[in-house]
Ligand binder design. Structure first.
Ligand SMILES: Cc1cc2nc3c(=O)[nH]c(=O)nc-3n(C[C@H](O)[C@H](O)[C@H](O)COP(=O)(O)O)c2cc1C
Length: 247
């Protein structure tokens, strides 16, 4: 090889090394821009605090067409804090869970976007019949326990009446570690909080489209909500959303 060709080859190798190093550095800084990869995140891998028998309740398939336009739902949405004493139907519960985290693609993509499709969010439904954990892949609810958690949730949420009155309180929690393993500690809180906002807004609009009302609640004691819902250590509660028939 001529000295000229040798020089060019050396420069090319150095350039390749530099590009490689730069890509590693961005990844470590949490700025990986590949948001499309879908990694398997089995929601059941959220370890329950105690081992229980799994009671699964299949939900009816969600409707993909409703009677209200998106524009009408947007115009009508208001925070509703007072509810009739009337339980929600399985169909309404199905629709609300699906709106937040339902699977809408054969590859596992969901109604709400997720950074890197890592899906850090978990959904719970608190009703008079107990606490239920949504399983997106099966579109079903797994019973967590039998007692009504709403009175305790009400106390954990600074005694806001909406939590006590609503026939169902949806809790959105997150396993930050799922996102952090890819995007690092610096970006993860932002990404996970943005995702909770996406999921919550879907629930709020779906509630309106079902002629129901809802309110997003951020004022609560995290530790108390964790205790009441018997969340595993790796989960953080982010939102409570009471839903019901407006008074
Ligand atoms: C992050 C966040 C936290 C909130 N926390 C509470 C809450 O703890 N209790 C409550 O009644 N409303 C809560 N809200 C609802 C706001 O009070 C409500 O969105 C605001 O008054 C505007 O009214 P609108 O939702 O009817 O448009 C919260 C809203 C957001 C976005």
């Amino acid at each position: 090889m001529s000295p000229n060709k040798k020089g060019i080859r050396l420069i090319l190798i150095s350039l390749l090394l530099l590009v490689n190093l730069a890509s590693c550095a961005t990844q470590e800084a949490g700025h990986d821009t590949d948001f499309t990869a879908l990694e398997s995140t089995d929601p059941l891998s959220v370890s329950p605090t105690t081992k229980r028998e799994r009671i699964m309740i299949n939900l009816p398939a969600p409707d993909l067409e409703g009677s209200m336009t998106l524009e009408a739902a947007l115009a009508k949405r208001r925070s509703i804090r007072s509810f009739q004493d009337k339980n929600l139907t399985d169909h309404q519960i199905s629709q609300l869970m699906w709106s937040a985290q339902g699977i809408t693609h054969p590859s596992g993509f969901r109604t709400a976007p997720s950074a890197g499709a890592l899906y850090p969010l978990e959904l719970y439904a608190a009703t008079q019949d107990g606490l239920f954990h949504y399983q997106p892949h099966e579109h079903s609810l797994m019973k967590v326990f039998d007692h009504d958690p709403r009175p305790e949730l009400y106390r954990a949420a600074l005694q806001q009446d909406s939590v006590l009155e609503a026939p169902m309180v949806i809790a959105i929690t997150a396993v930050f570690a799922r996102t952090e393993q890819r995007y690092g500690a610096a970006r993860t809180p932002l990404y996970v909080h943005l995702e909770a906002g996406h999921a919550a807004q879907n629930i709020l609009l779906q509630a309106v489209a079902l002629d129901l009302g809802a309110v997003p609640i951020g004022a609560f004691y995290d530790d108390q909500v964790k205790d009441v819902l018997e969340l595993s250590q790796d989960q953080t509660p982010l939102y409570l959303i009471p839903v019901g028939y407006p008074k």
